[in-house]
Design a protein around this ligand. Structure first.
Ligand SMILES: Cc1cc2nc3c(=O)[nH]c(=O)nc-3n(C[C@H](O)[C@H](O)[C@H](O)COP(=O)(O)OP(=O)(O)OC[C@H]3O[C@@H](n4cnc5c(N)ncnc54)[C@H](O)[C@@H]3O)c2cc1C
Length: 314
């Protein structure tokens, strides 16, 4: 059985790994140049050196049995470390959030820079298309992308799945990234929920990071929503001013300043867990089926992979 997985975020990768463990072939396609999705790292050049920011998820938890086991293996391999600043059960990838996902992808068949634009069914097989190009024929297809992007693809083949996807709303999140010449002593390494700022993180304080003073500042949903059409050049200074308010003084001018608008940051969870139609071999996974956190996205992919594998054994 050959399974195509659209999306190589943590959910798609978890599904592929579960299928591979069951001896089934899975091929992932992602529109980006790298794997990991919203467990993301933004790179920039500063003074001739590369700097990096975890501008998506700042940290993740490991509470469920299967994910805890995987995270323990990642820890042994030096791919993650605990980061108590964000909470007692918080973990980060080392040296970046994408590091464990790149390791996960190493043994898998992944096609990058492959945006899937259509999925067609003929007889018992699925064909994936990227614009005019065909990406191959498969026995089953898994949609592992945010619900709002999954809905139009699902709607052509399974109305119930499409309806589930259409009922999910993602919240936007403006995220600013700053580097400063000197350490800002007035701020802790991690702070949550102060005015328009939902989370601010001294990114350079995470384990395994290069020295420096780098910050990731994430704005709340309503603040972000109200500024959806603004550009990053205006949003970054606003968030810098907000961070200054938290510090109790205006901050020095950053030596690097950028902002990213996440249109789909975290969804309102549904607790659906599994969307799989064995009659046509179509499934969906991702954080939108469970809760809007990395661990639950992994669980969603893992559970779907197990369901597909169980069906293939019959
Ligand atoms: C700003 C922000 C802060 C967050 N904070 C936290 C946190 O503190 N803790 C936590 O646990 N979680 C956090 N999250 C949520 C966490 O990042 C997500 O829950 C998790 O990464 C979702 O994984 P996923 O695989 O479901 O989706 P994604 O990571 O979105 O993966 C989907 C993949 O599909 C690809 N794709 C999309 N459309 C197509 C297409 N048509 N063709 C091919 N590829 C496609 C994308 O490029 C992407 O790689 C945060 C997210 C954001 C954005």
């Amino acid at each position: 059985m050959r399974v195509a997985i659209i999306g190589a975020g943590i959910a798609g990768l978890a599904c592929a790994q579960r299928l591979r463990d069951a001896g089934l072939g899975a091929t992932l396609f992602d529109k980006s140049r790298g794997v990991g999705g919203r467990l993301a790292t933004r790179r920039a050049t500063l003074g001739g050196s590369e700097i990096a920011f975890d501008h998506g998820a700042t940290h993740f938890t490991a509470r469920s049995e299967g994910f805890t086991r995987l995270v323990a293996a990642w820890e042994k391999a030096g791919l993650v470390a605990r980061w108590p600043a964000a909470g007692a059960d918080s973990w980060v990838g080392t040296p970046t959030m994408t590091a464990p996902l790149k390791a996960l992808a190493e043994d898998l068949d992944v096609g990058l820079s492959r945006p899937v634009t259509a999925l067609t069914r003929s007889g018992n097989s699925w064909t994936l298309h990227s614009e005019a190009k065909r990406l191959g024929k498969f026995d089953a297809a898994v949609i592992a992308i945010p619900a709002e992007q999954a809905a139009p693809i699902l709607s052509l083949h399974d109305f119930e799945m499409a309806r589930a996807a259409m009922s999910v709303r993602y919240n936007p999140c403006w995220t600013a990234m700053f580097a400063f010449e000197d350490r800002i002593d007035a701020l802790p390494d991690f702070l949550r929920g102060s005015g328009p700022i939902v989370t601010a993180v001294r990114d350079s304080a995470k384990p395994g990071r290069a020295p420096g003073e780098r910050w990731v500042v994430q704005a709340g949903w309503s603040w972000s929503e109200a500024r959806l059409t603004c550009d990053s050049a205006s949003v970054a200074p606003s968030l810098l001013a907000e961070l200054g308010k938290v510090a109790g003084r205006s901050l020095p001018p950053p030596i690097h300043c950028a902002a990213n608008r996440w249109l789909f940051s975290q969804p309102s969870g549904q607790e659906l867990k599994l969307l799989w139609n064995p009659a046509i071999g179509l499934g969906a996974c991702g954080d939108w089926l469970y809760h809007g956190f990395a661990e639950y996205a992994w669980l969603s992919g893992h559970v779907l992979g197990a369901a597909i594998a169980a069906g293939a054994r019959k």
